[in-house]
Design a protein around this ligand. Structure first.
Ligand code: ATP
Length: 247
């Protein structure tokens, strides 16, 4: 795999019984790229992302993440990625610093590095006063920022974000995306699913999944041109109209 290509799939497929959730998807993602992985509910995004993270075995096809095979080297993949989802994230009944400590330990960081980097992170987030606050009592936008920071605390090559900004207003989402750009500028590749089309506009390239297949993949400006649309929302609506699978 070319060094600049950090995710590569060829005909990647996942079946549940006779139902094909992910249907022969092929694409590449480059280092430092912000790649938006879009699709309607039930299109197959989470299933595809779980395969890329080494959490679920493909039925057929191939995939490589950070140079490792997703069917045979799941442990290596887990060491090289970060993961944040709306559902699985921080522990609400632990304090801010305890969450950072816990995840850094899971990612295998050394104690001295954890202590130093925790201080740096709390300062950068302007969270020093919240060190001993229970995560459950933080506003949702703050929780999301903290969860993202924790998911890249060990400086992974790639971070997978599954609807990271659900439920917050556009201004809070915009602030979250500033953190995404900063991480991408440091060379971390961002693979992100979202339902918000304003966020699709912030991605370098976007793929659109319909019924398990990738029906379009390009930069937001090229997609708008291709679909003769004035916004990503319009591109999405034109594509989603073809979907047979509705959840
Ligand atoms: P959402 O945006 O709602 O999360 P999605 O694009 O992530 O949707 P998936 O969760 O990947 O979609 O689901 C794709 C399809 O596969 C859906 O029809 C879902 O019901 C089905 N599916 C997912 N997991 C399983 C499973 N373990 N067994 C059977 N069917 C499944």
């Amino acid at each position: 795999m070319n060094n600049d290509i950090v995710i590569q799939t060829k005909d990647l497929t996942k079946k549940f019984g006779s139902f094909t959730a992910v249907d022969h998807i092929s694409f590449e993602v480059r280092r430092g790229e912000i790649f938006g992985f879009l699709g309607a509910n039930g299109a197959g995004k989470t299933t595809a992302m779980r395969m890329l993270c080494g959490l679920s075995r493909p039925t057929s096809g191939m995939g490589q993440v950070a140079g490792f095979d997703i069917a045979r080297q799941q442990e290596k993949i887990k060491q090289n990625i970060g993961y944040m989802s709306q559902k699985f994230s921080l522990y609400g009944d632990l304090k801010v610093w305890e969450n950072i400590r816990l995840y850094a330990g899971i990612y295998g960081m050394k104690d001295a590095d954890i202590a130093r980097k925790t201080e740096e992170l709390l300062e950068r987030l302007d969270f020093t006063k919240e060190r001993d606050t229970l995560v459950d009592s933080l506003p949702l936008g703050w929780k999301q920022k903290l969860a993202f920071s924790v998911s890249i605390f060990h400086e992974p090559k790639i971070v997978f974000l599954d609807e990271p900004t659900g439920g917050v207003d556009p201004t809070t989402r915009r602030q979250f995306w500033e953190m995404i750009y900063e991480a991408a500028n440091r060379g971390i590749t961002i693979f992100v699913t979202t339902h918000y089309m304003d966020e699709a506009e912030y991605c370098h390239r976007v793929s659109m999944m319909v019924d398990g297949r990738i029906d379009a993949l390009d930069s937001p400006s090229n997609l708008k041109q291709q679909f003769n649309a004035s916004s990503m929302d319009e591109v999405f609506r034109k594509l989603a109209r073809k979907a047979e699978r509705m959840e």
